[in-house]
Design a protein around this ligand. Structure first.
Ligand code: NAG
Length: 192
């Protein structure tokens, strides 16, 4: 706190390690979605870019690495041996973003360490807008369902407390009226 009693705030931006959310896995050959990143520098060995992932997923013919996310999705990165292109592929389009983002950041770092001044990376070809909009729609649907579940939950909670109150009065009564299946209703509402 500063002398006037106002809390001081320090802000710092940093990236958490990629290894917190994924582990190495074996590369997938065929996937639904592909993104190609082009560069203007000779091909880089992926195990140099991702040293913490390179042990398990060695691939002899090409230079590839695969990541399995905690939520289950797999993303494979394939580096061409002859050109300066890198393909990021997955069965779920939205799961490619983190790997693409990480790859591009590590490129920047790698080439700046090497003292390369004019490193460029690019994406050519049509933007995968259809896949993008599908992801947006899917996300929207999930948000709508989440809200519906919230509404249902609060409705059931109101019902649960109402039954509880009635049951309590009966249990406190010296000559209680029959439960009339209120106990069953309480159980059912609880599971709902
Ligand atoms: C990801 O790869 C692992 C290992 O090959 C496999 O067991 C798993 O089912 C894959 N996940 C998905 C979502 O395909």
């Amino acid at each position: 706190l500063n002398p006037k009693g106002v809390p001081r705030v320090l802000q710092s931006r940093f990236s958490l390690p990629l290894a917190l959310v994924c582990v190495p896995t074996s590369p997938a050959k065929t996937t639904k979605f592909k993104i190609t990143v082009d560069t203007n520098q000779p091909p880089v060995d992926l195990s140099v870019l991702f040293p913490e992932f390179s042990t398990k997923s060695e691939d002899k013919e090409g230079n590839s690495l695969a990541f399995q996310f905690l939520a289950g999705a797999n993303v494979t990165v394939v580096a061409s041996k002859t050109s300066q292109r890198y393909r990021i592929q997955s069965d779920r389009f939205e799961d490619t973003w983190l790997v693409v983002n990480e790859l591009v950041q590590r490129f920047d770092q790698h080439f700046s360490t090497l003292g390369v001044q004019d490193f460029k990376k690019s994406f050519s070809g049509p933007l995968p807008l259809q896949e993008y909009f599908l992801s947006v729609d899917h996300h929207f649907q999930l948000r709508v369902s989440a809200q519906q579940y919230q509404d249902l939950l609060s409705e059931r909670a109101v019902q649960f407390r109402a039954i509880q109150r009635r049951l309590l009065t009966r249990f406190k009564d010296k000559t209680p009226a029959p439960l009339q299946n209120l106990d069953t209703l309480l159980d059912a509402t609880y599971s709902q």
